[in-house]
Design a protein around this ligand. Structure first.
Ligand SMILES: [Zn+2]
Length: 481
């Protein structure tokens, strides 16, 4: 199989202009509602946009809504709506003076606005015949100390590149991305960014006796892969333990013999979102040269139906040796993650493990589409992740994980069963995974099933894959000494 050439979309590029020469003909201006009495009153809502001519100069006037409600998130949202506007209007070069943002006195307003601009300009068009849109260039001047500004812009570009990469790869359908092509493409990204990459193919997984991931992928003609990416850290002390990120990448989830219905099978290409986010985070970590060593493990399989598929009632022996009775072949995410978690702890000595997965429909029922669920065995780690989520507005909400929940996922004829029924189903996913993590290793599980893709446009994320988790986990990794 030939690897697919997946690039990071560059719809909008941010540049820093140190000496304020040759500025683009259109400039930004921000205003609060009502305000700005004469020339082009900005709209009431944050992100309302007006293109006006003022003494022969073009100005793009952007409303920030009510002054008392303005936060860095307002700037991110306004940026997102402007990014979308620019995509649909013939303005391709625009100037942003840092002075106009500084006046607002909101910390991180400028990076938030730039982040929004890039994220909002995104569209998944890779498979459309139409000509690619013109690249929009935003030139930043007067944003304070030049080196700091340059670093800030570089960071915004890398972090948003990672989000866009995650979105783009999640959007790619299952006839393009399957476990094999995902592994091959991850290997290319790894080579380009100086990451070590090890791919365990189905034969390697057989030799290891990773019976859970193998069972999930058995029904597909493209067999499962475990993709291991390694970033060695920048100037970290010798022997520093790595943070391990584990991502679920079910490249398509039919549900298997516990088949999904017509209404909820569409969109199952997004069941690889956690895995592609892990890949994107490793890419960004290498570009940002973050301090901590980092391992990314992507458990990739396609959950299909054939005479080789696993069945309800089957009893699998996982890599850990624990046996698992299959209640539902649609609860496959925890199976591939179980083997990935075991492998992680056998090979590496993780300082902490964070897994990220579109795991349960139950989390959508519990938390809707605004927050992801977080569970784990270490409150400090959970608190640090929740804090990073608040800062990036990729928000988390903690669900309980008392061991008293365990009997619900204890097997009848095996050590465990892979579904504990509808009651507390997200917690059941968590408590199942907990059985594969040593209590001495801090571990958190992010259930992103409600937030990995969006059924409608949001200010800085169009309908479809959101790249949720990339900004939050990069923010968390930044804090690790
Ligand atoms: Zn499933």
């Amino acid at each position: 199989m030939t690897p697919i050439n997946l690039t990071i979309p560059q719809n909008l590029v941010i540049e820093f202009n140190k000496d304020s020469s040759n500025l683009p003909p259109v400039s930004f201006r921000f205003g609060f509602a009502p305000g700005q009495p004469s020339l082009g009153e900005p709209g009431k809502n944050a992100g309302d946009i007006l293109l006006i001519k003022e003494n022969g100069v073009s100005v793009l006037q952007v409303s920030l809504g009510a002054r008392e409600k303005c936060s860095s998130e307002t700037f991110r949202k306004a940026g997102g709506l402007v990014g979308k506007w620019l995509r649909n209007n013939p303005v391709t070069n625009i100037h942003l003076s840092g002075d106009i943002v500084r006046e607002v006195l909101i910390p991180d307003a400028l990076p938030a606005f730039l982040e929004g601009l890039r994220l909002g300009s995104y569209q998944y068009i890779a498979r459309k015949k139409a000509d690619p849109p013109q690249t929009i260039t935003v030139t930043v001047t007067d944003a304070g100390e030049p080196d700091a500004t340059e670093n800030m812009i570089n960071k915004v570009m890398v972090v948003t590149d990672a989000v866009l990469m995650s979105r783009e790869w999640a959007h790619e359908p299952a006839n393009v991305i399957n476990p094999v092509t995902l592994a091959e493409s991850a290997d290319i990204i790894a080579q380009q960014s100086g990451l070590k990459c090890l791919i365990l193919d189905d034969q390697d997984l057989e030799a290891l006796q990773a019976g859970a991931i193998l069972a999930v992928g058995r029904g597909s003609k493209t067999p499962p892969r475990m993709i291991i990416l390694e970033y060695s850290g920048n100037d970290s002390p010798p022997g520093a333990k790595p943070i391990v990120l584990v991502g679920k990448a079910i490249t398509f989830d039919t549900g298997g013999y516990s088949l999904k219905g017509v209404d909820n099978i569409q969109g199952m290409k997004y069941d690889k979102s956690g895995g592609v986010s892990v890949l994107s985070i490793l890419y960004a970590a290498s570009q940002l040269r973050i301090r901590t060593p980092l391992i990314g493990i992507i458990a990739a399989a396609e959950n299909m139906i054939s005479s080789d598929s696993y069945r309800p009632d089957d009893i699998l022996t996982s890599l850990s040796g624990k046996t698992i009775e299959i209640v539902s072949t649609d609860a496959e995410g925890r199976l591939v993650l179980a083997d990935a978690l075991t492998y992680t702890q056998r090979i590496f000595r993780p300082r902490a493990i964070v897994d990220i997965a579109t795991l349960t429909g139950g989390v959508v029922v519990a938390l809707g589409r605004l927050r992801a669920g977080i569970m784990g065995n270490n409150q400090d780690l959970i608190d640090a992740l929740i804090d990073a989520g608040d800062k990036t507005m990729e928000r988390l909400w903690q669900l309980p994980l008392d061991d008293d929940y365990f009997p619900q996922t204890k097997g009848d004829d095996a050590d465990l069963k892979n579904s504990g029924g509808r009651e507390g189903s997200s917690i059941m996913g968590g408590i199942f995974l907990k059985q594969f993590v040593d209590d001495s290793v801090p571990w958190a599980h992010l259930d992103i099933a409600g937030v990995a893709d969006s059924p409608k446009d949001a200010p800085y994320a169009p309908k479809g894959a959101t790249g949720f988790g990339v900004r939050l986990l990069l923010k968390y990794l930044e804090t690790i000494e």
